[in-house]
Design a protein around this ligand. Sequence first.
Ligand code: GLN
Length: 475
Amino acid sequence: MNKLASVTALREQFLAGTTTPTAAVEAALALIAAEDADVHAFLDVYADDARAAAVVATAAYAQGGDVPPLCGIPVAIKNNILIKGKRATAGSKMLAQYIASYDATVIERLRAAGAIFIGATNMDEFAMGGSTENSAFGVTRNPLARTRVPGGSSGGSAAAVAMGAVPVAIGTDTGGSIRQPASYCGLVGYKPTYGAVSRSGLIAMGSSLDQAGPLTHTVTDAKLVHTIMAGRDPLDATSHDLPVTGYTAGESLTFGIPRAFLKDGIDPDVMAHFEAHCAALKAAGHTIVDIALPLFEQGLAAYYIVMPAEVSSNLARYDGMRYGLSVPGDDLLAVYEQTRAQGFGPEVKRRILLGTYVLSSGYYDAYYKKAELVRQKMREELAQVFCSVDIILTPTAPTPAFRLGEQADPLSMYRQDIFTVPVNLTGIPALSFPMGEVTRGDDVLPVGVQYSAPLGADTRLLDIGMYVYDHRLAA
Ligand code: GLN
């Protein structure tokens, strides 16, 4: 079965005429037909639309001239991103039949760049989770080890790329949902600076945390796709343009390691790869220093207060009146109660309850306000650290992909987010890419390293990622 190469390689083949968008779309559909009954990366496949778009794209290359950068490239989209006329389920029974009435800004921009949408990918319900086991439509399997999870919540997007159906998929990241599945599936995953990408048309989870970003095979591809999606959008007041400051290969960098943060609960094989990665950077002439980020250890606790608070207010709109599911009842209250009881799964309910609790009078000061204060202090702590280091290095996740059903206790699942959530709380950009593989029985499992950079330093971070990963300095 023909797996699709990187975006850049496929584009070169289109330009050289060695393959066509029609052939690429047929390869994607054939792979999905062969593999997806087992993997279940996709909730919907847009075969007819994709074939029609491929005919137009194939003609554009045949004609020559200026062909837009993603022309004919098959892309998979997490199903919490609106595509006009398509289902946007967010992995929930609540929105199982909900049809989007407009395109998200990221979709508009990808479409304008010529991307072909192959299908919608599975996800944890409303992006809550780290394994894609919380989807109302069944689990997704890790294409590299089928008894294991692909990570989450953008697990379907990661699986779609890892199985070779598409060279790029779009995910969203509220606390690690692009980076952690990238780590589990051997991919590049990128969470931009908060506000770098418009959230218009994204089904909100935590509005002060959510960002959309790419999952790809190379950092070059991630940069290309991110650059197309990024930039100020009048439909999202928090969006803005970022300065473009790059990195020139050869410039010596300082990497900071928050040693105290890397102690408990990290798989020893993950740690061994991390140490080897640091050693390779050092051997290439870069400086590795220990840094102290004491407040980062509070990140997980602060996240699991701030995020549910935002979840509880964002999900109040699913009342049986305005969107999606509506379960009839004797009176209005009964409609609300029954719609929400039947429409939401257990993890979503847990977070709504927790969020409502921390926002209620009497507890607001004790929990929500304190968590926001920790968040502010974390930002200050970071600004200080970034005066002397270029990049903060950690593993992306403490373990490789776990088995389906293995993390039944929600708290142990939450601990997978320890390195990723501080990034969303502080708004900084972070990139995950593979740093090695570990063996568990018959399974060979990739593990990722996370590079975090100062607010707005997205171009520089991506350039550094290209230098280290795409050019195989250390991986
Ligand atoms: N695993 C995290 C959570 O469950 C992250 C989710 C996300 O980034 N959407 O909240």
